[in-house]
Design a protein around this ligand. Structure first.
Ligand code: NAD
Length: 492
């Protein structure tokens, strides 16, 4: 393991107010949050948090902006969204840096994150002027029956701290293309990229108030969910919070789509290219975003005849990467989000060691020395893990993976599906028949065969079981933000 010491924090402007109806609001009723840069442990900015009053103001304004939005021709809306995608492209470097300030993700990855948001906006822009409903014959009548899709009006989009650009692409783009106005509520732990995105929407010519960005904590989030003027909530985050959101949404029976966490299985069969599989498992596991990704392949299931060889390769890769300053372009692994998260993850590791859930092969502790002020953890691999242990059952959301042994295909599928989650699954094999058959039997919303989880706008992304109910991407992603109306014209 090489460490890169904290040397650089570029002096970027970090927007820290609320963006409501095209105006910056600095003083709000929801209090303030001291944003800590996780790589240094130092204060980045003091962020204003939305309370009930600001949420109400934003929702009211958004209704007027939404009427203005749908009054534009489809061609104009399409062009404005294309302009927005172009504007994101022009600001790739700036948005990438803000993403690093937000949560210490290595700058190596951020261009890809901005590119993902841009590609979804471009994709959904293409739907705007091709929207169409359908018609159906009605039995025993000449009546005309039309089936149409309409926007909800104002939708609330709640984002996790690790995925502002993902949510902007997957959900905000689809919501706008479907004809809605958006109240985007980023996490108070990572507000800067979303706030700048809101500003770029204005610069690109979108109506003021169409995209409002209101960082908030749980109270502001709940006020958004409970607001009677919000037609639908799209929530991305953890299952624990989703339960509260669903309970709050029950007040007005507001529909909620959820995109939640995972404990994804990564099945490595003995016939796979083991070098490639080990590399993919390392980067899709403890290394990428320090394991703080919903798509993390945190349970690596390996066929026993290849187990030892694979484990050696995996550990070799994990131990060879550079950890440290996220603004250093050579750094692969940055910090975890907070001191509390670092303590929690070390607690999971310590418990797994003491209760014998698996054998600690590498990692396991917080990194000191020049990185001691930040929240850096060693990428950690456990071998011979019991799939029923807490280590293998619960989302760790840190740089920790469990390697689990299996004998044959049937056992691999049984272990992979023995979880309450169902977001992703990965299959490494050179046997196409096996790849397809195993993919069909895995209980997860996305199956990635011999590759990483590179989410693209053409395909729907979302979870099975407790990993969520919504779909983002493709036509399904657009439909998530539309309600269906049936119109029947009597002809008798
Ligand atoms: P979280 O559940 O703690 O918070 C998510 C959002 O909900 C934040 O904006 C937070 O401020 C807000 N919130 C908190 N309490 C609320 C309440 N009572 N009412 C309304 N909103 C409230 O999750 P997190 O720690 O920010 O993110 C990590 C989680 O997100 C992980 O479980 C990860 O797997 C998941 N995630 C899922 C996807 C996906 O596409 N499936 C993508 C990224 C992250």
């Amino acid at each position: 393991m090489t460490t890169s010491t904290i040397v650089s924090v570029p002096p970027d402007r970090l927007p820290a107010g609320l963006l409501i109806g095209g105006d910056w609001v600095e003083h709000s009723s929801g209090g303030q949050h001291e944003h800590i840069y996780p790589a240094s442990g130092r204060t980045n900015a003091v962020v204003a948090l939305a309370g009930e009053a600001e949420i109400d103001r934003a929702v009211r304004g958004a209704h007027a902006a939404q009427r203005e939005w749908v009054a534009l021709t489809p061609e104009r809306r399409r062009d404005l969204l294309i302009d927005l995608a172009d504007a994101l492209h022009e600001h790739t470097a700036e948005l990438g840096r803000l993403n690093v300030h937000d949560f210490g993700v290595p700058s190596l990855m951020t261009e890809g994150h901005v590119g993902l948001a841009e590609s979804f906006i471009r994709f959904y822009a293409g739907y705007v002027d091709k929207a169409h409903g359908s018609s159906t014959p009605i039995s025993k009548s000449f009546d005309i029956n039309l089936i149409e899709r309409e926007p909800y009006g104002v939708v609330g989009v709640i984002a996790p701290w690790n995925g502002a650009l993902v949510v902007i692409g997957l959900n905000v783009a689809a919501a706008l293309a479907a004809g809605n106005a958006v109240i985007l509520k980023p996490s108070e732990l990572a507000p800067f990229t979303s706030l700048r995105f809101g500003e770029i929407c204005l610069e690109a010519g979108l109506p003021a108030g169409l995209v409002n960005v209101l960082p908030a904590g749980p109270a502001g989030g709940e006020a958004l969910v409970r607001h009677p003027g919000v037609g639908k909530i799209h929530f991305t985050g953890g299952g624990h919070t989703a339960r509260k959101v669903l309970a709050a949404a029950a007040a007005n029976l507001t529909p909620v789509a959820t995109e939640l966490g995972g404990k994804s299985a990564n099945l490595v069969f003995a016939d796979a290219d083991l070098d490639r599989a080990a590399r993919l498992s390392a980067f899709q596991g403890p290394l990428g975003q320090a394991g703080q990704s919903c798509a993390c392949g945190s349970r690596i299931l390996v066929q026993d005849s290849a187990y030892d060889a694979f484990l050696e390769k995996l550990v070799g890769i994990v131990e060879s990467v550079t950890i440290g300053d996220p603004f250093d372009p050579h750094v692969v692994v940055g910090p975890v989000i907070s001191a509390a998260a670092a303590d929690r993850i070390v607690g999971v590791i310590d418990r797994a060691v003491s209760d014998g859930s698996g054998e600690l092969v590498t990692g396991g502790t917080r990194i000191g020395g020049a990185l001691a002020d930040g929240y850096f953890l060693q990428p950690t691999v456990f071998a011979n893990v019991d799939n029923r242990s807490q280590l293998a059952a619960e989302e760790t959301f840190g740089p920790v993976v469990s390697v689990i042994r299996f004998h044959d295909e049937a056992e691999a599928i049984e272990i992979a599906n023995d979880t309450t989650y169902g977001l992703n699954a990965y299959v490494q094999t050179n046997d196409l028949t096996r790849a397809h058959s195993v993919a069909r039997q895995l209980q997860a919303g996305s199956i990635w065969i011999n590759r990483n989880s590179d989410i693209q706008p053409q395909g729907p992304y979302g979870g099975y079981k407790q990993s969520g109910s919504g779909r983002a991407g493709g036509e399904q992603g657009l439909h998530e933000f539309q309600q269906v109306k049936n119109i029947r014209i009597g002809m008798s």
